[in-house]
Ligand binder design. Structure first.
Ligand SMILES: [Mg+2]
Ligand SMILES: [Zn+2]
Length: 190
């Protein structure tokens, strides 16, 4: 009876330096280490009615540093660790390309978010992106939502570069945990 037409908001989370510790070109499942607040942050978002979707640039694939099969194993480990910590995510999308491939999915290009929006009937205007790179918050802005920069991972380095960017993040937060509080508060206003 049309309830399937109801759109839901989502939070698109970066993986490395946001939900798990950033290892440069993480290539082995054993290297996956969740931030202590990762599972709880994801649960708070889902309890607030958001789909939680990971969107991650993995140009290590294009550079031949690891294969898509390796990436799959890494993501299995990631999902397992989250589950063990009591949390679940709705999906993971990754871009295996490098900048020079000119694909439509490497953040801040919208491809992964648009795919997620299609797969989960997402209301992009009520959605957010969170990550430790300028690319991550630009993604939210590029797809009609809002973007937040976190200062974990590479975030601190990126913070100084924001001054040169035309588009600013909706907020700069110490960690994902703080970003979740900002999102839940902001969503109540709309
Ligand atoms: Mg990152
Ligand atoms: Zn791509």
């Amino acid at each position: 009876m049309g309830t399937s037409n109801i759109k839901v908001p989502a939070v698109f989370l970066d993986r490395d330096g946001t939900v798990i510790f950033d290892k440069n070109y993480l290539s082995l499942p054993d290297q996956v280490k969740l931030y202590s607040y990762a599972a709880d942050s994801i649960n708070r978002l889902r309890a607030a009615g958001f789909k939680v979707i990971i969107v991650t640039n993995q140009s290590g694939v294009a550079r031949g540093m690891f294969s898509e099969q390796d990436l799959q194993k890494i993501h299995e480990r990631f999902v397992f660790l989250l589950k063990k910590a009591g949390a679940e995510i709705d999906a993971i999308y990754y871009c295996p390309h490098a900048d020079e491939d000119s694909c439509n999915c490497r953040k801040p290009k919208p491809g992964m978010v648009l795919q997620g929006a299609k797969d989960f009937n997402i209301d992009l205007e009520k959605s957010y992106t969170v990550g430790d790179s300028i690319r991550d918050y630009l993604l939210g802005c590029n797809t009609g939502g809002k973007g937040i920069l976190v200062l974990t991972g590479h975030g601190k380095k990126q913070q100084t570069k924001i001054a040169q960017e035309k588009i600013k993040p909706m907020a700069v937060c110490k960690t994902l945990k703080d970003a979740v509080s900002v999102i839940i508060k902001d969503a109540k206003k709309n």
